[in-house]
Design a protein around this ligand. Structure first.
Ligand SMILES: C[S@@+](CC[C@H](N)C(=O)[O-])C[C@H]1O[C@@H](n2cnc3c(N)ncnc32)[C@H](O)[C@@H]1O
Length: 242
């Protein structure tokens, strides 16, 4: 969708934007409302969640499981398995295969009510472990203080402005139990900020993501690149933060 981004001239000059606000095509309100409208039209399926790449879901989940399991368990500094929060959860693709098998209870938050409605049937038998479905934009969401062992944030940070992402990560930090962990798993750009005018999101480079994480007062405990994804898509990185 790069050809649509007339306002992000820096990108084409290979200087690239260093803040996502430089790349915003319209104002902030439009940035959010366009995304909401986009997702309302997307079918509530795994393929819909992954923009037609439903086939990579298993590779993604298996990579996440391996990553997360390093931190869970008993003993000094280990993250508990009581309650997890799935942010930008959609129909609960990650909740179903990653979080419900590992945590006693799970909460979901997403801006699209239709996806949360679908989750109730999609999640199957284990749906009874879900305590809350919050229909809310992450820019407005306040996690309950000290409730979560793990806060999982995947393929959604591009829908938040830099400032909103920093503030959201700060609130997530307060939402963690002792030894809790925030995991961000998302696309990273090779350089700069690449806007997507179709779903109204941006893709940031790793350098910018690191700076935003630091601004939120979080440390990177571990970082990995997801392997075995198709060549043509963005690199995907997983960051464990606390
Ligand atoms: C690419 S899908 C990813 C869904 C899920 N994380 C997964 O990996 O299967 C993006 C999701 O983010 C949600 N979303 C978009 N903007 C949001 C916002 N500002 N706050 C919360 N959720 C948002 C959409 O409704 C959609 O469910």
């Amino acid at each position: 969708h790069l050809h649509r981004n007339y306002n992000c001239r820096n990108f084409f000059m290979k200087l690239s934007c260093t803040k996502m606000e430089d790349c915003l095509i319209e104002d902030q309100t439009t940035f959010y409302s366009k995304a909401e409208h986009y997702w309302k039209e997307v079918p509530p399926t795994v393929d819909g969640m992954l923009g037609g790449y439903g086939s990579i879901s298993s590779i993604d989940i298996n990579g996440s499981k391996k990553f997360l399991q390093k931190f869970l368990g008993e003993g000094q500094g280990k993250t508990g398995t009581g309650c997890a929060l799935d942010c930008g959860a959609g129909i609960g693709r990650i909740t179903k295969r990653l979080l419900l098998p590992l945590f006693r209870t799970v909460d979901l938050v997403d801006v699209t009510q239709e996806f949360l409605d679908k989750a109730r049937s999609y999640l199957g038998e284990e749906v009874k472990q879900v305590e809350n479905y919050f229909c809310c934009g992450l820019q407005d969401f306040q996690p309950q203080p000290e409730r979560y062992d793990v806060i999982w944030i995947q393929w959604v940070i591009g829908h938040l402005t830099d400032d909103h992402l920093v503030e959201f990560l700060r609130r997530c930090r307060s939402g963690l139990r002792p030894d809790g962990l925030i995991v961000v798993k998302d696309n990273v750009a090779f350089e700069g900020v690449i806007p997507d005018d179709v779903d109204s999101s941006v893709c940031r480079d790793l350098n910018l993501l690191h700076r935003l994480v630091a601004r939120a007062g979080l440390n990177i405990i571990c970082e990995e690149q997801q392997q075995n994804f198709p060549e043509e898509i963005y690199q995907v990185h997983t960051l464990a933060l606390r």
